[in-house]
Design a protein around this ligand. Sequence first.
Ligand code: FAD
Ligand code: DLZ
Ligand code: SF4
Length: 520
Amino acid sequence: MSDTSGPVLVPILGDQLSHGLSSLADRTPDDTVVLMMEVSDEATHVRHHKAKIVLILSAMRHFAAELRAAGWTVDYVALDDPANTGSFSGEVARGIARHGARGVQITEPSEWRVKAMIESWRETLGVRVRMLPDTRFVCPLPDFFAWAAGRRELRMEYFYREMRRRTGLLMAGDKPVGGRWNFDAENRGAAEPDLRPPKPPRFAPDPMTQAVIGLVEQRFAGHFGSTAGFNWPVSADDAERAAQAFLTERLPLFGRYQDAMLAGSDTMFHALLSPALNFGLLDPFELCRRAEAEWQAGRAPIEAVEGFIRQVIGWREYIRGMYWLEMPGLAQANALDAKRPLPDFWWTGETKMRCLSQCVRTTRDNAYAHHIQRLMVLGNFALLAGLRPNEVADWFLAVYADAFEWVELPNVAGMALHADGGRLASKPYAASGAYIARMSDYCGACAYKVKQRTGPDACPFNALYWHFLDRNEGKLGGNMRLAQPYANWRRMDADKRAETLASAEAFLDTLVPADPGWAR
Ligand code: FAD
Ligand code: DLZ
Ligand code: SF4
C-alpha cells in the first residue's frame, strides 16, 4: 500500500463483527494487524443507553477473542487504557505509529458521520487509506441507487419485489409463492389479553460481559437505562442460539401478532435479532433462508415467514439505501416544521399515558421496544405533538440496542415523523387512541379514557390527532390518502372543532421539556 515495510492496519468497528468482513477478505494474518478500539466518543456523541454500550463492548471483546483464535493479530485498545485518546481518529493514528503500519484498510462504516471521519484520514494519517464496500447486505448500495434513479416514488414494496427476485426467496420461478407478494393483511391480529408469548432465551452475562457492566456502570453512570436485566447475545454462538429459538418458538405466530402490544409482554413474537444483525453476528440472507425452510417444512405459515422476510430483505435493505441516498440532508429534515421540545417523560417514563409509560419502561429496562411500540406509540405521539425531529432522532439513537444512524434516522425522520416530506412513506402514520386501543391492552387500565375526545380525562391522542391534521392542512390537505380524515374534520361543526383544538392545546401546555443533557 505504500513503500514502508510494516503491516497493514485493519480497524474493525463495533458494528463490523463479522468473520467474512470485506476488509479481511484479501488479508493474511502474517501481514496484518487488526485494530479494535473502545472509544468514549462513540458512547457519548449521543449518550447511549448503558446496556447498549455494554452490548457493543462485550460483543467487540468476544469477537477479538475469536479473531485471535483464528490466527489474527489483534491490537485491542480498552476503554480504560490510560493512553486511549477517546476517538477513532486518535486511536488509528496511534495504531499506525505503534505498528509502523504501511497503510490502513477498512470496511466502509455504516454511518455518514464516521465515513466523513475516515475520508479525512486520507489527509491526516500520512499512509494510504483503502475503504472497501460493506458486503453484508443483500443489496449493494450502487444497485439501490440504480433502482432509485429516475423513479418519482421510492416505495418499499417495489424494491422488496426486486429483492425477492434477486434472492429467489419465496419464489416459484418468477412468481411469488402463494400467488401474492405480500401477506400484510394477515399481519394485523390484535392482542388477546390471555395471549402468552414464549419467553425469549436467557443469555446470562459471562465474566467478560460482567467486567464490561462494571466498567460501564462506573464510567457512564449518568446515562439513561438499566443493565440489571441484561439479556442480549454477545457472540456469534449466542446469536445463533437466539436465532434458533426465534425460528422454532416465535416465528409461527410472528406474522399474526406483528402489530400487537401487551403490557405483560415486552417482546411478543418478535425476533429480538436486530442488534445481532446490525453488529454482524448474523447474516441477514442466511437467516431468511432458514425462515423460508421453516415454511417449506410446514412448521411456520406463509404469512409469518413472508412477513419476516419482508422486514429483513425489504424494509431493512430499503432503509439502508434511503439513508445513503438522502444523507446528509435527512439529519436536518423537518418538512412539517415541528418545533416542540422533547418532553421529559420520554426519559423519566413519568406520564399518566399508560401506553407511553409502558414503552419508555421497556426501553429503559431492555434497550428495546418492538416495532409497533416505536412507530405507533412513541413515533405517533412525536408526530402528533409536533416534537422536533432532531431531538426525537437523538433519543431513538441513544436508547435502543440496535440503533445506528443508518437504520434509526430513516425510520424516525421518514417513517415516523414524515419529516422527509413523504419520500419514504406516502402518508404519515398518524393515529388516534382508537388504534392503540384496538391493537393493545394498554387502555383499559389507563388514567385517560380512550373513547373520549376532549376534556382533561380524554385520551390525549384523540384531540392531538385532529390538531395534527388541522395545523398541517396546508402541507397534507392534498394527500389523497388523507382525504377521508380531512373530510371528516371539515364536516365536524365549528364548536366541536374549536373544543378539540383547545383540548389538544391544553394538553400540549402541560408538557415539560426534557433536560437536553440526557441526550448530548
Ligand atoms: P422484528 O419485528 O422481529 O423484525 C425482524 C427484523 O426485521 C428486525 O430484526 C430488523 O432487522 C428488520 N426490520 C424490521 N422492521 C425494520 C425497519 N423498519 N427498518 C429496518 N429493519 C427492520 N431498527 C433498527 O435495527 N435500529 C433502529 O435504530 C431502529 N429504529 C427505529 C425507529 C423507529 C421510529 C421505528 C418505527 C423503527 C425502528 N427500527 C429500527 C425498526 C424496527 O422497529 C426494529 O428493527 C425492530 O423493532 C427490531 O426488533 P426485532 O429484531 O425484534 O424485530
Ligand atoms: C455505538 C458504539 C459505542 C458505544 N462504542 C464503540 C466503541 O467503543 N468502539 C467501536 O468500534 N464502536 C463503538 N460503537 C459503534 C460505532 O459507533 C459504530 O461502529 C460506528 O458508528 C459505525 O459507523
Ligand atoms: Fe394511551 Fe390513550 Fe390508551 Fe391511555 S387511553 S393507553 S393514553 S391510547
